[in-house]
Every structure is written in structure tokens, then in C-alpha cells.
Design a protein. Structure first.
Length: 177
């Protein structure tokens, strides 16, 4: 469901179409990004990011890009960006406006939407690559697979030979009995 936001006087209406929910305490939870979930805390005047499923370099990279993006727009105080209480979370404090007509949380929501749209081709391409590799394993082409029983058996087949010891100290010496 699109969200309509009025910014400034006279109000300019901006319509955002994002996967967003409002929590019990009034925080806005944005689930639109492929690697991170973003929480805009109106009460604490903060933005907190959480990893979606697994913590990895991809997650940290997305969090870093988001806070750099918001920092360049002048919405985040750079020295307040820090790790959160939850594993893998990063948070930053929104700057306060000197002008009454500027609503910083609404402006942050519009800029988060712009960031997600800028990142969308990246995480859609990543999902497509993962889907293609899964299809390659689950339903291979005729040239990349053989039917059960089509591979002829030999006495010495494969890379692991009987009698060889493989460990860091013996490397590949022949063990004779």
C-alpha cells in the first residue's frame, strides 16, 4: 500500500510504494532492501539497520552505503553511527532541523526509499544469480549430467587413491602395509 507524505509548507505530497510496517511503539520498519531491514525510530530520532538472515560482508556493505548516502544528504550525524545492541545492527542519529517546516523523519523516509531504488538492481541481480545456480544443480542440462548407470566403472577411479595418507604432515605419501 503506498504511503503519502506531506513535506513543507505549502505541503508537497510524495507517494512512496514500499514494504513498510508500523510497530506498536510507532517505529517504521522497512523491509524493502534485499540484505538489510531498516527501522526508522521516530521516538528516539534514530535509524537502525538489521541483517535480514545471515550476517556477512554484503550486509555490512549495504549498511555502510546507506549511512554514507544519508550522511551525504545531511540527514545523519556522522559521529553517531555505531554498532547497535543486536548482533550485526548499526544505528545512527538523525540531525535536528532548525526550521519548523522541515520534518526530518519524513525526509529520511523519502531518502531511504531513494536509496533502496538505487540498490534494487544490485540485489535483484544477486537473487537471479542464486536462482540460476540452484536451477543448474537441481535441473542440469543433458550435456552436464549423466543418467544413473551410464558412467563405466574402473578399478582406479576418482582422485582419492587407497593407501595414500593425506594430512598436513604426511601430504600424499604412500602408506604401505
Amino acid at each position: 500500500m503506498p504511503i503519502k507524505i506531506r513535506i513543507g509548507t505549502p505541503p508537497a505530497i510524495v507517494t512512496l510504494d514500499m514494504n513498510i510496517r508500523k510497530s506498536v511503539n510507532g517505529d517504521l520498519m522497512i523491509f524493502e532492501h534485499g540484505d538489510i531491514d531498516i527501522v526508522l525510530s521516530l521516538k528516539n530520532n534514530k535509524i537502525v539497520t538489521f541483517p535480514k538472515e545471515n550476517m556477512s560482508d554484503l550486509v555490512y556493505g549495504a549498511q555502510n552505503r546507506l549511512f554514507k548516502f544519508l550522511g551525504k544528504k545531511g540527514l545523519i550525524t556522522p559521529e553517531t553511527i555505531k554498532a547497535g545492541a543486536y548482533y550485526g545492527s548499526i544505528e545512527g542519529t538523525l540531525q535536528e532541523s532548525n526550521e519548523e517546516r522541515i520534518n526530518v523523519p519524513k525526509l529520511a523516509l523519502v531518502n531511504i526509499s531513494a536509496f533502496v531504488e538505487e540498490e534494487r538492481p544490485y540485489f535483484e541481480a544477486k537473487d537471479a544469480i542464486i536462482s540460476m545456480s540452484e536451477d543448474e544443480y537441481l535441473d542440469p542440462d543433458k550435456e552436464d549430467s549423466t543418467e544413473l548407470g551410464d558412467v563405466p566403472h574402473r578399478d582406479k577411479q576418482g582422485s582419492i587413491r587407497k593407501g595414500y595418507v593425506r594430512d598436513p604432515t604426511a601430504l600424499s605419501y604412500l602408506y604401505t602395509m
